[in-house]
Design a protein around this ligand. Structure first.
Ligand SMILES: [Zn+2]
Length: 494
């Protein structure tokens, strides 16, 4: 009964908060005008710490930004990939690390749907329940919008992947119904995948009210507007985030927080170990300064690096990255630095400039991996960068291709489901992708290479770019031969 009251109150709050104007803080200032209305999410939720259940209400104003009249809207329900061990998004060898205490279920149930204020017609698209189809009572023309309300329940699993909880943190990543992308291929409805980061989304504005026990500290995408007492045991966090392509939050009871301002951006480190937590802050802050110079300014006001119960290493979300808490160890500082910088580079390639990470993973991962090498070059010198490129990247790529696993038919530009395993994916997409950018730089010269990256960043900020978009930019600055070579490397290897 208490939860029900909470959710009704929260729903009322959501209506109030989504009407506030934040134009003066728009992250798009300084970028070419964005001539579309982006989707708006207003989400209110109540987290039951004992049951690890979250009751949520979401109001989505969905804009049809394509050229096709829409009769349905599709949404991803990623938590349902965690419902049973057979579809959980981990390779067999990863399962013991993802579920050290054994499998624990996670899911997202749709409780009810309303469209434009009326009970909506909806269904789970298939038995895995990872996609929600909502029928629209009237077709939505290009340029028009519709209002969708969803009441939902999320169960967090005890899981050390992106979504779930561990001993120190609750990780709400890919946790709410999020609109699928409708692009020139139609609706993109790819399910969660054990390989890669299987996500693809449009930027949107978010207003989120989150109620959870008062002893938690929350790190989140966007800016915390207000934290206030909700009732005797809970606090309510009000958070806003504009022009971001997802919304994630992580809560912990024992977080310490260090922060620093770099070029007007508040960078925060949430950690459990002071010395290494402050190191993570320094790495992130240096990376932001370097990437600002190399590619263009980070357009958001906040960026948080968050130590988490996460076995994979690091994972990017807008304005926030998860870093495995196991890396906060003086013996592992190089890995902490490398991964923190890699995830920070994703704020440019994934966060600001989006791409289809299912179909063209190389585009953000290859560029992000090469950006990580650039950080080491700018901070520690060319010799250090050359050594890393040679020993961490080229050697791994060459050895893999020469090994029995090396499959010359699998491309650097393949889709996630074309890779045999994470090893093949990582070697081709990260290492092969980074080598492509190194080769491009050598061919184009520094001036044109960085110009291409800056034009790409500026022109596709807050949008989704494709490999072809990037190639066209290389061509447009007079580097036709490099563009031609790039096409060959993507399909034939470097
Ligand atoms: Zn990455």
């Amino acid at each position: 009964m208490k939860k029900f009251i909470a959710i009704v109150l929260l729903a009322a709050l959501a209506v109030v908060t989504c009407s506030c104007s934040v134009k003066e803080h728009s992250p798009t200032a300084g970028f070419p005008a964005v001539d579309i209305d982006v989707n708006r999410y207003s989400i209110s939720c109540y987290f039951d710490e004992v049951e690890k259940l979250l009751k949520g209400y979401e109001h989505l104003t969905y804009y049809n930004n394509g050229e096709t009249i829409l009769e349905d809207v599709y949404m991803h329900l990623y938590p349902n990939a965690f419902e049973n061990i057979h579809i959980a998004p981990f390779e067999p060898m990863e399962q013991a690390r993802a579920y050290p205490l054994g499998f624990d279920t996670g899911f997202l149930n749709i409780d009810s749907v309303y469209v434009e204020g009326q009970p909506g017609e909806w269904e789970y698209r298939d038995s895995s329940r990872q996609v929600l189809r909502i029928s629209l009572p009237r077709p939505v023309d290009p340029g028009e919008s519709t209002g969708i309300e969803i009441y939902f329940t999320v169960k967090f699993p005890r899981c050390y992947g992106r979504f779930g909880y561990g001993e120190d943190t609750v990780k709400a990543a890919n946790w709410y119904p999020i609109a699928a992308v409708f692009d020139s291929h139609g609706w993109n409805l790819d399910p969660y995948h054990s390989i890669g980061d299987p996500f693809y989304s449009d930027v949107a504005d978010y207003r989120v009210n989150l109620v959870l026990p008062k002893d938690y500290t929350v790190a989140a995408t966007g800016e915390v507007v207000k934290v206030k007492k909700y009732d005797k045991t809970n606090k309510e966090w009000t958070i806003k985030a504009d022009k971001v392509r997802d919304f994630a939050w992580v809560a912990g009871k024992d977080f310490s927080v260090a922060s620093k301002k770099t070029k007007g951006i508040t960078i925060k480190s949430y950690y459990f170990d002071r010395e290494t937590g402050r190191k993570a802050l320094e790495y992130a802050s240096d990376a932001v300064a370097i990437f600002n110079e190399c590619f263009g300014k980070y357009p958001y006001k906040t960026y948080s690096v968050v130590a988490a119960d996460f076995f994979v290493g690091g994972m990017e979300y807008p304005n926030l990255v998860l870093i495995s808490k196991e890396l906060y160890n003086n013996e592992r500082l190089f890995t902490l630095e490398y991964i923190t910088v890699h995830e920070t580079a994703h704020q440019w390639w994934y966060g600001t400039v989006g791409s289809n990470q299912v179909r063209e993973a190389w585009l953000d991962e290859g560029l992000t991996e090469y950006s990580t090498i650039l950080y080491f070059e700018k901070k520690y010198g060319k010799g250090t960068a050359r050594g890393l490129l040679e020993h961490l990247i080229k050697k791994r790529y060459d050895n893999y291709l020469a090994s029995a696993q090396g499959d010359p038919d699998t491309k650097i530009s393949a889709a996630l489901d074309e890779y045999r395993d994470s090893e093949q994916y990582h070697t081709l997409v990260y290492c092969g992708g980074a080598l492509i950018f190194q080769n491009l730089r050598e061919m184009m010269g520094d001036a044109d290479f960085f110009k291409a990256l800056q034009v790409y960043y500026r022109n596709y900020a807050f949008e989704n770019a494709t490999t072809e978009d990037f190639i066209r930019i290389v061509e447009s600055i007079g580097q036709k031969n490099a563009a031609e070579k790039l096409r060959g490397w993507l399909t034939l290897g470097v």
